[in-house]
Design a protein around this ligand. Structure first.
Ligand code: SF4
Length: 362
């Protein structure tokens, strides 16, 4: 019987109905069945009991260098396990702010805090104002800046952003339901310009297929924490301090508190409570194969029955039937036999089995 070892940077993650191999080298992913998952989810030597029946899978996994064939067991020593812990030197990894709040206030509050990224939500495009904000933000200890331009139906051109090229922290400019025509100069050599066809309101409310992404940091953070909340701060357009854009709780208002008070708030257990949520402790998401590549912006509540977290409205993906909203055969959770509320979590196995048989039986 042949022996194989799994590439340590191709990590299989199981979902309810299928599994995914996260390829952290090529930032890509491959769907596999849960049966194949249970065979290759091992850090030891892998054998296929019925090699003949698995030939297609074995060929595929070898061709993608997800598995390597070995002759001698000692070769296992060349494949040490990857440490899946996640650590970051930043107290705050991401801050989201609105452009209407006076930028000097942010400079004062975040002046002595190491922040990885600041995202600025800009309601109306105004070149001079944007330049002023970025100039001030770029003086802070911040690795990158994302500019989120939410005004729709605009046609931007390189000249709109040429002034920003000199600020090397500007990492990406996000456009919503607008376009970018690059006829002359290519600003994208300096920063990314990302166009979304939906509105920012839609984009920021839920998970979409085009928001999934795989990379080292994203995977390991999501593996250990709920990556939307962990070390994140959102300051809304009124100055309220929140955990995220769709969060229910308000922890204070930056227009009314001192800098010391602000630091006390963001270091408090109350504010950081959601930082320790894990996907594996979140109903529905814990059964989803995409859980370490999505950034889920929905707020969470505690389900009293299971003591796990849950969301009040559904994700665009239903992991129990492996369908995205809009795809043929999609149905929501309740039509698939899944009931989740503050007080209960139930699966009607009969309904779900029927649905799965209709969708996926050959
Ligand atoms: S169900 Fe949860 S884990 Fe899956 S894509 Fe949606 S938000 Fe992400």
């Amino acid at each position: 019987m042949s022996k194989y070892i799994r590439n340590r940077l191709c990590i299989p993650i199981q979902g309810f109905n299928r599994a995914i191999i996260y390829d952290l080298i090529r930032n890509d992913y491959f769907f596999i069945s849960n049966e194949i998952f249970s065979l290759i989810n091992s850090s030891g030597i892998i054998k296929f009991e019925n090699e003949f029946e698995s030939t297609d899978w074995i060929d595929f996994l070898l061709s993608e260098e997800i598995l390597f064939k070995i002759e001698n067991d000692i070769e296992l020593n060349n494949f040490p396990e990857v440490d899946r812990q996640f650590q970051t030197p930043f107290l705050i990894s991401d801050v989201i702010i609105h452009d209407n709040i006076e930028v000097s206030l942010f400079s004062e509050l975040f002046g002595k805090i190491d922040v990885r990224n600041i995202s600025i939500i800009v309601k109306h495009y105004d070149k001079t104002r944007i330049n002023y904000i970025i100039k001030n933000i770029s003086k802070l200890e911040v690795d990158s800046i994302h500019l989120i331009l939410i005004e729709e139906n605009r046609d931007y051109s390189p000249s709109d952003f040429r002034n920003l090229v000199k600020f090397n922290q500007v990492f990406a400019i996000l456009l919503f339901n607008s376009s970018y025509s690059n006829y002359t100069n290519n600003n994208s050599e300096f920063f990314k310009i990302i166009e979304y066809s939906n509105s920012f309101t839609e984009y920021s409310a839920n998970v979409y297929k085009n928001k999934l992404s795989i990379n080292f940091d994203h995977f390991f953070e999501a593996y250990n924490y709920h990556n939307y909340f962990n070390k994140k701060i959102y300051i809304d357009n009124l100055g309220n301090i929140k955990n995220g854009l769709n969060s229910y709780d308000i922890f204070g208002n930056i227009l009314k508190i001192s800098k010391d008070n602000f630091i006390n708030i963001i270091q408090s257990n109350n504010f950081q409570k959601k930082w320790s949520i894990k996907k594996k402790n979140t109903l529905i998401c814990k059964d989803c194969e995409f859980r370490y590549m999505c950034v889920d912006p929905r707020d969470v509540k505690l389900n009293e029955n299971s003591n796990l977290w849950f969301h009040e409205y559904e994700c665009n993906y239903n992991p129990f039937i492996s369908k995205w909203k809009g795809e043929q055969g999609y149905s929501n959770l309740s039509d698939s036999g899944i009931l989740v509320t503050e007080k209960s979590f139930e699966i009607d196995k009969k309904v779900l089995k029927k649905k799965l048989a209709r969708l996926w039986s050959k």
